[in-house]
Each structure stands twice: as structure tokens, then as C-alpha cells.
Design a binder for this molecule. Sequence first.
Ligand SMILES: [Ca+2]
Ligand SMILES: [Ca+2]
Length: 273
Amino acid sequence: MRGTVSPLAFLAVAAAMAAVGWPAHAAGQAPPDLGWVRIPAGSFEMGCVESDPDCLDMERPRHPVRFPVPFEMMATEVTVAQYFRFVRDTGHRAPAAPGFAQTGDHPVVLVSWDDAAAFCTWAGARLPTEAQWEYAARAGRPGLIYGWGDAISRDRANYGAEQCCAGAVGGADAWMNTAPVASFPPNDFGLFDMAGNVWEWVDGWLDDDYYATSPLVDPPGAADGYARIARGGSWLNFPAALRTSVRLPFAQTGQTSNVGFRCARSAGAAAAD
Ligand SMILES: [Ca+2]
Ligand SMILES: [Ca+2]
């Protein structure tokens, strides 16, 4: 499902980049504010909820996780504009253009896990752990299949057709491909698009046994496994892919037009800005 490189789409992105008008940003200077949201300390149950008929074995067992201190997460997926500023400042490889038009406020796609991790390092942050991501996506609402309830809704997220795999529109979802970030209501932690729009890379590896042995406190995720992981579903996916517990196995070097990311950092990191 790798996106094709369309010259026209690339020109659209380039034009959007030119319109952003970035200020000068010298090497070594702090990166721009990426819109951090404070995620409170607390506990939750990680993994598939009992009412969910679509659970996969890798989403079980449901297990408790606790975060003793707050942390911070970007309110939105990393945008095309944010990512191209990183490319300009660091000389990092620019992503290929997807086979559809994007403006600077759409989520960046066609970035590998390594690209995503490099961006977050540049931002003084890191990819969220898988537990941080799911805790943030559930936002204090226990036992729900989706972030807002047990039923999918096009008024809540950008996703695809009922059957795999094609874009679709309806309700407030007006996008066949990516939507500008924050086009739908945020969750109770103030985070946008934790369900849908683009899948989001997280730290750690996929090991199907990890949930059974996960530490209670701030679990780092498996140190090894058979794939990297992306979370949350995307514009290309059918509704069940947006279930909060879904784990997408994906190659570390994989790049597709429906996988992006956001970053997380410790709550004290703002002092270094
Ligand atoms: Ca859609
Ligand atoms: Ca997302």
C-alpha cells in the first residue's frame, strides 16, 4: 500500500511548503513549539476491552498500567509543515510525496519508524511508548472500543470504506485521503486524531507475549520482537482498525501513505525550550 509518487502531488506539497514561511532557524536552536499537551498521571487497563468482538490475540491480555508522573504528548499528528522544517534544518531525507494532494497542515506520511524517531529526537522528545499512546488515546474513559464510545462515527474521525481498503467520506468526514490535523473534536486529554487520519508509530517492538508480562509502571514496551508497531487506524482503513487496542505490525523501514506519528516527552522538558 505504498503511496505512488505523483509529480502533481509533489508540486502541491512544495507549494504548500513555500507558503508556510518558516522563520530562520539556526542549527542547534530549539525547534518550534509542536503543541504539547500535558497528560496527567494515572492508571488504566491496556488492551482489548471485553465488549469488543474484534479482539486479536496480540491485544490480550488486558492488563493494568500506571503512570506515576505526568508526561506530554503532541496534540496532533506531526504535520507536513513541521516535518519539512525538520528536513530543512537537519538535511534529513525528505519523504516521497503521496499519490494525493496535501497541504502543510496535513499529517506527514511516507516516513519510516527511523524517520519518525529522528524527528522526535530533533524536537527534544521521543516516540511515545505503546502504553503511553494507548493511555493517552483512552483519555480516562475506561472500557470503550473507540476513544469516544463503542460505535464508529464519521463525525469523530477520518477513516475509510467499510470493507478493506479504500478511502471514504460521510458525515463530518469529508476526506478520501488525509485530513488536516485537528479536523475532528479532541479527546478529553485534548488530543486530536488518536483514532484515524494516519496510523502513528510508537516506540518498542511487537512481541505477542509482552502483554502477559508487562511491568505495571510505565512499561517501555518489548525490547525486541518481530515488527515495529503503529496505532490508531487511518484514512485508508475500515472502522475496526480504529479500535483503541489495535496494534499494527509494521517493518521498521516501512513507509506508506497512511502511517505518520506524533512525539511525546517528559513533563519537565518544556523548561529546556
Ligand atoms: Ca475519510
Ligand atoms: Ca492518528
